[in-house]
Design a protein around this ligand. Structure first.
Ligand SMILES: *Cc1c(COP(=O)(O)O)cnc(C)c1O
Length: 355
């Protein structure tokens, strides 16, 4: 029998979340963001579930080529563009749209195969200060791209730094619109948080990621409150149960000391499966569908849970690490991270089952 851990992907929930996006964005087109193996859900599976989207956005060119090989015919955009001229050949051969965010990438386009034609998204740095041209430089790049022999379709793009937080998006949209004004080009701005909180940013293409997988982009609003359904459930089982006497210690470094007799369960899931090692004692977890918490340090292959209030729990009792019944957002918050990181970190050794 295989080790009992598995990640279940609920395809109906992926579809529900996409339909939810559709209901919010009206006529705007949707790039379903499927980078990082579709936030751990499997890019091919996600593309199938998101067949009603208008395109896919990711940054791994191999995965993009695989999607074409699997017959995906809509737009596919490479969110970091190309890394070298060889990528330009691949992109042309598979009709991949390119983000152009740097002077280096502009120069690469000059070396593109003469017969190639590219669908280009010019990235404007409106305040995130990672990738993109400043508004001034973007104006110059735009003039070049408009007349470029290999560019057949141009879209303007920017990305928000604080669509989920107090700084909002107005300061960035202002910068972006300075570039976009008067050109009549298609525009794309919104990630999940902006899509939900700032309908003014929907423009021509929205780029939802995390919400499609059923997690919340906001710290102060749960996915359930938003109407999203968790697509991934990471589940395992108890593989041992024991009772600690008062004063006995648990696990590596003995960080947890039993204050009285405590019944504990050992779960077949650890940080080598993608569970966060930083999850402290007290992180929520479901045992037999009921809520309890972790105890002590998360190890590579195991973690411990409190069974004090669960005399019925035994070896083989199912455990939900996150997903259906316990949001990954909550586990992430307890562990000082975000659900994005948990979903992406599910390890290759964890089998994925589709329902
Ligand atoms: C990852 C990413 C998104 C999606 O962001 P979410 O917060 O997951 O919705 C959108 N645009 C770009 C450029 C990205 O890199």
């Amino acid at each position: 029998m295989p080790r009992p851990i598995k990640a279940t992907i609920n395809v109906a929930h992926l579809k529900h979340n996409l339909a939810f996006v559709r209901s919010r964005v009206g006529n705007a087109s949707i790039f379903a963001v499927v980078k990082a193996n579709a936030y751990g859900h499997g890019v091919e599976r996600a593309a199938r579930a998101f067949s009603a989207a208008d395109g896919l956005a990711l940054l791994e060119i191999d995965a993009a080529v695989e999607m074409r090989a699997a017959g995906y015919a809509k737009r596919i955009v490479l969110l970091e563009g190309v890394f070298d001229v060889a990528d330009l050949h691949t992109a042309a051969a598979h009709d991949l749209a390119l983000v152009v965010h740097s002077a280096e990438q502009l120069r690469m386009l000059d070396a593109a195969p003469p017969a190639a034609r590219y669908d280009v998204l010019l990235k404007v740095n409106s305040g995130m200060n990672r990738l993109g041209f400043t508004p001034h430089a973007a104006g110059i790049a735009l003039a070049q791209l408009k007349n470029h022999r290999v560019v057949c379709n141009l879209t303007l793009m920017t990305h928000f730094a604080s669509a989920d937080g107090a700084h909002g998006v107005a300061w960035q949209t202002q910068e972006f619109e300075r570039v976009a004004h008067g050109h009549g080009l298609a525009r794309t701005l919104a990630n999940s948080a902006a899509l939900l909180r700032y309908p003014d940013t929907h423009a021509d293409w929205v780029r939802p990621g995390i919400m499609l997988y059923g997690c919340s982009p906001f710290a102060d609003l749960t996915a359930a409150q938003l109407g999203l359904k968790p697509a991934m459930t990471l589940a395992s089982e108890l593989i041992a149960v024991r009772t600690l006497a008062a004063g006995e210690r648990l696990g590596y470094s003995g960080t947890y000391v039993a204050p009285a007799a405590v019944r504990v369960g050992i779960v077949a899931c650890g940080y080598a499966d993608g569970y966060p090692r930083h999850a402290p004692t007290g992180t929520p977890i479901l045992v037999g569908g009921r809520r309890t918490c972790t105890l002590g340090l998360v190890a590579m292959d195991m973690l411990a849970v409190d069974l004090s209030s669960m005399p019925e729990a035994h070896v083989g009792t199912p455990v939900t690490l996150w997903g259906e019944g316990l949001s990954a957002d909550e586990v992430a918050a307890s562990s000082g991270t975000v659900s994005y990181e948990l979903l992406c970190a599910v390890a290759a050794r964890v089998p994925i089952v589709e329902v």
